[in-house]
Ligand binder design. Structure first.
Ligand code: NAP
Length: 278
């Protein structure tokens, strides 16, 4: 049983889900993951897999109301009209009639125009919760100050090397739930070699991956690890039966390098690159 968190609009969201970016054969993996207990599924127009995710959901034969489906606005979309069109195209590909969560993928371009469209779709009941991704505190407050509906979620890069404390602290101050993308920073091989994490894992008879997911859970952060491996999918769910001590949480805090293992969203080069990424 996966624990849930209640978002600022009253919607419940599982604290652990499945990332689908670049998962090979997601159409076959998804029904198996759902059978194991996954309910939160994270996709995006830019992952180019919404059609396969939709097929996987239908193949699982689970009742739609049991799932929490997230997608994200195509990064190259701009403005109100473009967002309305892009959202309907995502629904069409997924073959769904509503989404549980829809995010502005990157904080660039006509964010306010895009948000107006999300607010309208939210009011129409086509999205149960609306949010953002990769927003720094100054971008989040700008949006909040110029909108009617507050974002429910800010999905940002978080893992032991990049703990994003500024974003998490600020999200919390604004009652915006933090969600971690790349909980392993796509660097699990390196993280598994760190004496701190190895020792904590041994203490609890768990793996380093499970310790990292548990660390996020205890920080009340939603995590969406990606896996296309059945054993890993199973292992990533087994994090609700142990507790990290305050000392262990502090030891993990000391691994923070304060740097992204991907791209710095706040640089001109990062902005230019991410605005074009497909
Ligand atoms: N909003 C954004 O801008 C943004 C950006 C990037 C990602 N995301 C979302 O976040 C999700 C997760 O991030 P990510 O895909 O970049 O990376 P990640 O989840 O940090 O790492 C995925 C890697 O970890 C491996 N793995 C997973 N569980 C494991 C386990 N228990 N033991 C050993 N290896 C394990 C996977 O391999 P196996 O397949 O072999 O298990 C895969 O190679 C994405 O899929 C996507 O949905 C969002």
């Amino acid at each position: 049983m996966i624990n849930s968190v209640t978002l600022n609009n009253g919607v419940d969201m599982p604290l652990l889900g499945l990332g689908t970016m670049q998962v090979k054969d997601i159409e076959t993996i998804l029904p198996q993951a759902i059978k194991l207990g996954y309910r939160l599924i994270d996709t995006a127009a830019n992952y180019d897999n919404e059609t396969e995710v939709g097929k996987g959901i239908r193949a699982s034969q689970i009742d739609r109301s049991q799932l929490f489906i997230t997608s994200k606005l195509k990064i190259q979309t701009n403005g109100y009209d473009g967002t309305m069109k892009a959202f309907n195209e995502s629904l069409e590909r997924l073959q769904l009639d509503y989404l549980d969560l829809y995010l502005i993928h990157q904080p660039y371009g006509d964010v306010l125009g895009e948000w107006r469209a999300l607010e309208e779709l939210y009011r129409q009941g086509k999205i149960k919760a609306i949010g953002v991704s990769n927003f720094a505190p100054f971008q989040l407050i700008d949006l909040i100050m110029h909108s009617d509906v507050k974002p429910a979620i800010n999905q940002v890069e978080i893992h032991p090397f990049y703990q994003e404390n500024r974003a998490t602290v600020y999200n919390q101050r604004q009652s915006v739930q933090t969600e971690a993308w790349a909980p392993f920073g796509e660097m699990l091989g390196v993280l598994q070699q760190l004496p701190t994490l190895k020792s904590i894992a041994e203490t609890h008879h768990k793996t380093v991956a499970q310790v990292i997911l548990r660390w996020l859970l205890q920080r009340n952060i939603v995590a969406i690890p990606r896996s296309g491996d059945l054993d890993h999918l199973k292992a990533n769910l087994a994090i609700f039966d142990f507790t990290l001590s305050a000392t262990e949480m502090d030891l993990i805090r000391q691994l923070n390098t304060h740097h992204s293992t991907f791209i710095d969203h706040l640089t001109a080069d990062g902005t230019e690159f991410l605005s074009k990424v497909n």
